[in-house]
Design a protein around this ligand. Sequence first.
Ligand code: NAP
Ligand code: ZN
Length: 330
Amino acid sequence: MKINGYAVEKVGGELNPYGYDSSALGDQDVLIEITHCGICHSDIHLIDDDWKISNYPFIPGHEIVGNVKEVGKHCNHLSVGQRVGVGWQCGSCFHCQWCMKGEENCCLHYQPTCVGRNGGFAQAIVVDGRFAFPIPEELESAQTAPLLCGGATVYSPLRRYRVNVSSRVGVIGIGGLGHMAIQFAKAMGAHVTAFSSSPSKESEAMGLGADEFVTEIDKFPQESLDFIISTSSAKLDWVQWMNCLQPKGVFCFVGAAPGNLDFGLQILIAKQRSVVGSLIGDRHTIVEMLKVAAEKNVRAKIEEFPLEDVNTALDRVRKNQVRYRAVLKI
Ligand code: NAP
Ligand code: ZN
């Protein structure tokens, strides 16, 4: 089957119309007719080959919502016409220790949706049906696409580090991921501080559930937060935030900012603090996250663009102008 979409042909290039022949449907596969695809900042990193893993030409896009068009003969849990979502990961080995534990996102052989293959800025996609998740009825498709990668990525560590009603959480960077992190942390009952470099985002961040909005980190009290999640795509002075963590506090990187960490180890040792990273979410957590979003009214705030305007949308993401997630309508 011929699939049409928009592909990037060279590092940092514009996207142009592009067609490819999809592989035949494997036994576990599903063919999805895409209706919406969010634009995650990771798509920008891939277009720019920031991680040295991009193979051109390729169609970016990994926050997919669409309808099942065809199922492989062993893909028994999905049916034609069903609405499903696909995120950053669309395959894993299913037999390593991580897959056996239900932590497929740690699988050595995991397959990203738009690395080494074509993603969701297109009419359709074929993926392993085990990575296509039914969307709860209450969730509207356009607002749900960003949950598939961005939502899962922030929900997963908030859950893993047991954020609850007595937690004081800091969210750095109020973009696609950050605005969903505020909502999920609030839904878990936490006191939420939004840290932003954009003063104009204050009233919307408070509307999303932030208790405080901070643009000047140097004036923020030290040793006052339990958990900080950084979603910033740009390098910041991380040490200032580490000092805001209480003893035993956790600083979690999900934003793939460039550069290295550089701080004296006493920042960690003397206060028993931890610095961790987190990658998307496993399948179980994605299903749970969708349920929580439906029940607790967590919704992405989106700007919708027709697929043909993908370059305009990407440009707005690059300039930090989108409030708060661009979604392509296919
Ligand atoms: P985004 O929508 O572009 O938001 C990034 C935010 O970073 C901006 O809105 C901005 O918030 C903040 N920022 C601070 N300094 C900035 C600067 N100089 N230029 C631009 N932004 C700046 O991006 P996203 O889709 O949320 O993704 C954020 C990061 O997470 C990316 O690096 C992405 O690759 C990564 N990511 C990781 C995973 C994972 O599994 N770990 C999954 C998805 C995405 P303020 O205006 O509030 O400062
Ligand atoms: Zn993503």
